[in-house]
Design a protein around this ligand. Sequence first.
Ligand code: TYM
Length: 329
Amino acid sequence: MDIIVSGIRSTGNLHLGNYFGAIKNFVKMQHKNHCYFFIADFHSLTTHPTPDDLYEKTKQVLSEYIACGIDPEVATIYLQSDLPEVAELYLLLNMNAYVGELERTTTFKEKVRLQPNNVNAGLLTYPVLMAADIIIHKAVKVPVGKDQEQNLEMTRRFARRFNHMYKVDYFPEPVPYNFGESLIKIPGLDGKGKMGKSEGNGIFLSEDPESISQKVMRAVTDSGPTRNNQEMSEPVKNLFTLMTVVSESGTVEFFRNKYNNCEIRYGEMKQQLVDDIILFTKPFREKILDISSNENYLRKVVREGAEKARESAAKTIRDVRKIIGFKSF
Ligand code: TYM
């Protein structure tokens, strides 16, 4: 039984990228492992949500977690902000994290480019908080999408550094995990890059059919192949990747053959994709509505989750304080 940890920011509704990159794996892992899944609401503060937004988005993501099949009776589901131990470990790890290495991370450089007016220290130390989230439970596997690979590399580095610095073998070095397969990147509908919460290029699990249809029909393509077996452009490749995750393999084959024979009509392919995404998301949509309306249930889930998560977190903090040399007078 391995210890597994993973989390999702509460900055927006869950999209297909979150589901196929991470949640699907969480759900598969929960029965055979000791799993902790949390909502990274501290992390979401880097984007400065209003208090109402913070609460509503957290509630939404929590409902979506459960609707996706993460079972609070089996796994431990909690809010990051309910674990003060995470904040303490973050503080301690910050002392051994260097500004130079944090400035060099791709995600930080990307944020500096995207939001030059809000380059806060929380963004710089984002990977340190992430490391604290993971090693607070001494996790060994972390189900995440490809975009988190570098953050996981930093987590391993901080765990290794702590062990080395204090000459202990305390923290394991956790690995990003997808059942032995390479990590997944689900593309957005804009023809470039990954599907994201804030890029406006995603389809949410809670999205209504009308809006799914509009978004997919507007997705970027190209002017079509002119030679048999022509290499696909990035936007078309992306549509096929989306189709691979939501449609039957026969459907994907059908359109791939059409593409290879220069007979493809993108409008027809998109309509199929719309139908398949609607079919795929329908059960989630219904469950999300049902769960999010039950505040008493949600309150119980996070209260019990925090209690369980704090047992393991408190033990780590006790050990870490001792290793570092804090003694009571
Ligand atoms: P976040 O909230 O951006 O995304 C949550 C999870 O979804 C995956 N994901 C994707 N996978 C494939 N294709 C995509 N287009 C795509 N978009 C998102 C992410 O890889 C992630 O697994 N820093 C994290 C949250 C976090 C965390 C942690 C994760 C905080 N602490 C500790 C694991 C362990 C984040 O921003 O994920």
